[in-house]
Write a new protein. Structure first.
Length: 99
């Protein structure tokens, strides 16, 4: 018996009229799958949300209110801090900070 496998088991699943499917896992995490392939995952403690978009972009909202957005096509990471500071990390190593 593998406990990590049981954590991935679905406790309940609901299909909505708009086509999205919501799954609640036994470990308490939530997963919403949208018709276009976008996936939204909410951590077991509810403090972190990760949205993986159909185009490969990923948006994370963390417990400390940071928002990290990864642009897949541009291979660029854009982090927004609660203070308003924005930091962009480009694939060529360039870093920009916007206050």
């Amino acid at each position: 018996f593998d406990s990590s496998e049981s954590e991935k088991e679905v406790e309940r699943e609901a299909s909505h009229p708009d086509g999205k499917v919501e799954k609640v896992l036994k470990n308490g995490c939530h997963l919403i799958i949208f018709p276009n392939g976008t996936r939204k995952e909410v951590s077991c403690d509810g403090k972190t949300t990760t949205v993986t978009f159909f185009n490969g972009d990923v948006k994370q909202v963390l417990d400390d209110q940071r928002v990290i957005y990864y642009y897949a096509d541009a291979k660029t990471t854009h982090t927004t801090y609660p203070t308003g500071l924005e930091v962009l990390h480009f694939s060529n190593g360039q870093i920009e900070k916007h206050f």
